[in-house]
Design a protein around this ligand. Structure first.
Ligand code: SF4
Length: 358
């Protein structure tokens, strides 16, 4: 089953298109000092390898803005500048080849500063992401609503959108992040009803790898299941590569990614006679960077094994001291437990080769 996407205006970011009927784009953010080109490029390469399609860097000073030119030469995915308030940094980033700017026009200041940024973006076809955050709503909205609410967040987004539309600028992407999951779900759901631009999903300050993954999956998953969201970033207090892994897993869950391998593994029970946890973890690591939509199943015994394996391209079902190897639902051979992992990897390699050759 796949989940239909809500239609939005398509917005070009470098060689990607966000929104419209396009697939949900995975993004992340560098943890390095942007001015440290070598470290930033190395991190972006790791993110690319993991499946990141768009990456953001902080542009908090002139050195960071200047580094964009060199970083862009050495990476293969579009680059986004994260800018707060300072329109001069936005102009510098644009001049240096940035592909997208994250800045809230209502926070830039005088009208001519906003106009200068919008003009520069228009000239180069660069979109702007408006980033509403429940923790930093404008004072007039806090006065009106008393505290952050989904309605206040949507009103904030509409306020910033209004400024850009007044300048006839429409290459807009909008995020409405909150660390409170129900608030974020409500804000994005309301926004999807009234905002025609692509929505960038995120649960901000979600937490560590474990808790942040659960919170992000709960919030972003609820939205994806309603067809909401054109791009997403998982925010974790962890290596950003983990953010990309979680994002890919989440999109797989909803059938929204076409280039990722899926693992099905059983929780084990008293019927188990092989070391299934080690095999499942090793297989998961082995297929994590594959860009091929294959399904691998690792089951502890033959009770559910054949049934699950039928759905998978390749799979094993454990038995006493050995395993049964299944390909497209057919048992192809018995393998001693010691060789199960290596045999399964060989079969996976073969399927990938065939897939890539066709
Ligand atoms: Fe237990 Fe077998 Fe089911 Fe795994 S597949 S949980 S070992 S019955």
């Amino acid at each position: 089953m796949t989940f239909l996407r809500q239609d939005t205006r398509p917005v070009k970011v470098g060689n990607l298109t966000i929104g419209g009927s396009n697939e949900v784009i995975i993004q992340s953010m560098c943890t390095t000092k942007t001015a440290d080109v070598a470290a930033t490029v190395a991190e972006i390469h790791r993110l690319e390898e993991a499946g990141c399609q768009l990456v953001r860097v902080t542009v908090n000073n002139e050195e960071a803005a200047a580094a964009i030119k060199e970083i862009k030469k050495q990476i293969h995915i579009p680059l986004v500048a994260d800018i707060h308030f300072n329109y001069k940094l936005a102009l510098l980033a644009i001049e240096n080849g940035i592909d997208k700017v994250r800045i809230n026009p209502g926070n830039i200041g005088r009208r001519e500063k906003v106009e200068a940024v919008v003009k520069a973006c228009k000239e180069r076809g660069i979109p702007i992401r408006i980033g509403v955050n429940a923790g930093s709503l404008e004072n007039h909205l806090l006065e009106k609503y008393g505290y952050p609410t989904p309605e206040a967040m949507v009103e904030s987004a509409l306020f910033h959108i209004g400024i850009l539309e007044e300048l006839d600028f429409h290459d807009i992407i909008v995020s409405l992040k909150a660390s409170d999951v129900p608030m974020a779900i409500a804000a994005y759901t309301k926004a999807a009803e009234v905002i025609p631009y692509p929505l960038h999903l995120g649960i901000t300050e979600a937490g560590t790898l474990f808790s942040g993954t659960v919170k992000s999956a709960a919030g972003i998953g609820a939205l994806l299941s309603k067809g909401i969201g054109s791009t997403l970033r998982i925010s974790l207090s962890a290596d950003p590569v983990e953010e990309v892994k979680v994002a890919r897993e989440l999109l797989k869950t909803f059938g929204l990614i076409t280039n990722a391998a899926t693992l099905v593994s059983c929780p084990t029970c008293g019927r188990l006679d092989i070391d299934l946890f080690s095999i499942a973890n090793e297989v998961e690591a082995y297929i994590s960077n594959l860009k091929v939509p294959i399904k691998v199943s690792v089951l502890g015994c033959a009770v559910n094994g054949p049934g699950e394996a039928r759905e998978a391209d390749i799979g094993i079902a454990g038995a006493r001291g050995e395993g049964l190897l299944f390909r497209y639902g057919e048992m192809i051979r018995k393998v001693p437990e010691a060789d199960l992992l290596s045999e399964l990897k060989k079969e996976i390699d073969h399927i990938v080769e065939v897939y890539e050759a066709t």
